[in-house]
Design a protein around this ligand. Structure first.
Ligand code: HEM
Ligand SMILES: [Cu+2]
Length: 540
């Protein structure tokens, strides 16, 4: 087995030292680690806003005085929660952080195709994040538009719209750079022997994600530039007062942002494929179906944006077409879930922490996906649109899906990334607390939603007993969830100070990334041209 590779003391951390060696690094592993640290900081910042939102809604009276200015404070909280989580955490977290580290190891390469562009991508991220930070604490009127920047409000408000949309514009370029790099790396740098259908499924997922990043993100960039032009030059593109059309903004925005939800979920799905087959000790069921469904999702996801606009004034005919196409995109997602479950069937499963997270993912993502169907159905969406039902739905996919998959990946690849083993028992306890906290927080929101509680309100009718109860549950759940995440990260960080050295292949996985040392040496492989010896998932 490949675990027997000689462990030597030189690795990519200690081969060069000092601040400059990180600031100018071209090593994909160091860039991945920097992205990881940055996106986890964003997770905690976004999480802090989430807890403030839930503290406010714990009771109908809330903690903010009921005056208009404080209503704006609440609007700022949910806006910044959304902006930070989407643009600074979830979009970079799996591809740019874990992907950057693992992708070159997985294809058997020394680095990504364009290492300088990779570093530029990270700096664009830092610049974009700094502009966003300036927009938050730089003294401008806070942003209160929601992460969707809908007009005409975003044209009229005094808030920091220009600063924040410009930040998102810069962050978009960082995402495009990562996408281009991954596409070229996968095309050009695969190890001899690794034909397309011998690629690990995480590579397929990252490939599909990269296509979306490269094709969809420019549309967001242009849309945000048009919004800035509208505000500064009064052109009359989106603003009805100037003869523009606010619905056009929604079309442009969702033309990016629906594919973007797949930029968020596809890499997570890739991680789940790796983890489930590894801890099932089995060839993954339906390899080609999973690989092709990633590409199918990427293609179809461009055709469904109108499902966010059923009630925005588009024609009923358009609504019908978008509804139909949305059902279509559910099929490849369902194919994946089917194949993961089939892989578990009659497998010799072991329940290490990454697998516990992967199983949570299966459960939560299935709820997230299924609750999307009533939203895709025109007649039921009319009732559910803009209620807490939508909030619950997208948190089941984005947190229950993507973030849980990120946690699975973090625990799976941690030994490779830092060369230390974390405490397995603590990791499992954290996983359980996160699972319980998550469901208490968000399942209650389905009840709120279909009894009509609108989203983005800072208070609610105190005579409605169900709402008081469900909001109360949801807030308690949020703090349980936050506590679980805190344990999770403390446990990982504590491992850095422990002496539990990680073996090269602690989980007995079969892909090439595990043939490297933990942590890997500077150029990853000791051979000049490593050759793929085994197809992925050939467990013996
Ligand atoms: C089976 C697949 C899915 C279906 C059928 C589906 C359907 C829908 C529909 C129709 C809406 C609009 C609801 C409304 O505003 O009234 C919606 C909202 C949303 N979905 Fe999904 N969805 C699916 C998967 C996903 C995935 C994988 C993600 C993210 C990773 C996601 C994230 C979101 C978000 C963020 C929103 C709300 C955006 C906002 O208005 O702020 N969905 N979904
Ligand atoms: Cu959508």
């Amino acid at each position: 087995m490949s675990t027997t590779t000689q462990q030597n003391d030189v690795n990519f951390y200690n081969c060069k030292k000092g601040f400059m060696s990180w600031a100018y690094t071209l090593d994909h592993k160091r860039i991945g680690i920097m992205y990881l640290v940055a996106s986890c900081v964003a997770l905690f910042a976004g999480g802090a806003f989430a807890l403030m939102i839930r503290a406010q809604l714990a009771t109908p009276g809330g903690m903010l005085p009921m005056t208009p200015e404080y209503k704006d404070t609440y609007n700022m909280w949910f806006t910044l929660h959304g902006v930070i989580m989407v643009f600074l955490f979830i979009i970079p977290a799996i591809p740019a952080a874990i992907g950057n580290f693992i992708l070159p190891l997985m294809v058997g390469a020394k680095d990504v195709a364009f290492p300088r562009m990779n570093l530029a991508s990270f700096y664009l991220y830092v610049i974009g994040a700094s502009i966003a930070l300036y927009g938050i604490v730089g003294g401008e009127t806070p942003l209160t538009t929601g992460w969707t920047f809908y007009l005409p409000y975003s044209k009229e408000t005094a808030g920091a719209v220009i600063t924040m949309t410009f930040a998102a514009f810069v962050l978009g370029f960082s995402s495009i750079f990562t996408g281009i790099n991954f596409i070229v790396t996968i095309h050009k740098l695969r190890a001899p022997g690794m034909s397309w259908y011998k690629m690990p499924l995480l590579l397929w997922a990252l490939y599909a994600t990269s296509i979306l990043q490269v094709l969809a993100t420019p549309v967001l960039g242009i849309t945000l530039m048009l919004l800035i032009a509208e505000r500064t030059l009064q052109v009359g593109i989106f603003d009805p007062a100037l003869g523009g059309d606010p619905v056009l903004f929604q079309h442009f925005f969702w033309f990016y942002s629906h594919p973007a939800v797949y930029i968020m979920i596809l890499p997570g799905m890739g991680i789940i494929s790796e983890v489930i087959s590894c801890f099932s000790r089995k060839v993954i069921f339906g390899y080609k179906a999973i690989a092709n469904s990633s590409i199918a999702i990427a293609v179809i996801s461009f055709l469904v944006w109108g499902h966010h606009m059923f009630l925005s004034g588009q024609s009923v005919y358009a609504g019908l077409v978008f509804s139909f196409l949305t059902f279509l995109v559910a099929i490849p997602s369902a194919i994946k879930v089917f194949n993961w479950v089939a892989t578990l069937h009659r497998a010799s499963i072991t329940f290490e922490a990454p697998m516990c997270y992967a199983l949570s993912f299966l459960f939560l993502f299935t709820i997230g996906g299924l609750t999307g169907l009533p939203l895709a159905t025109l007649s039921t969406d009319i009732v559910l649109h803009d209620t807490y039902y939508v909030v619950a739905h997208f948190h089941y996919v984005m947190f229950g899906g993507t973030v849980i998959a990120f946690f699975a990946g973090l625990h799976f690849y941690w030994p490779k990334m830092v060369g230390k083993m974390y405490n397995e028992t603590v990791a499992k306890i954290a996983c359980l607390i996160v699972f319980i906290g998550f469901n208490v927080t968000f399942f209650s929101q389905f009840f709120l939603g279909y009894t009509g509680m609108p989203r983005r309100y800072f208070t609610y009718d105190s005579s409605n007993e169900l709402w008081s109860q469900m909001h109360g549950f949801s807030s308690i759940g949020a703090f349980i969830l936050g506590f679980g995440v805190l344990i999770l990260f403390s446990n990982l960080l504590a491992s850095l100070f422990s002496d539990r050295k990680a073996p090269n292949n602690p989980w007995g996985a079969t892909t090439m990334d595990w043939e490297t040392q933990s942590p890997p040496i500077l150029e990853n492989f000791s051979e000049d041209v490593p050759v793929m010896k085994k197809a992925p998932y050939e467990y013996d």
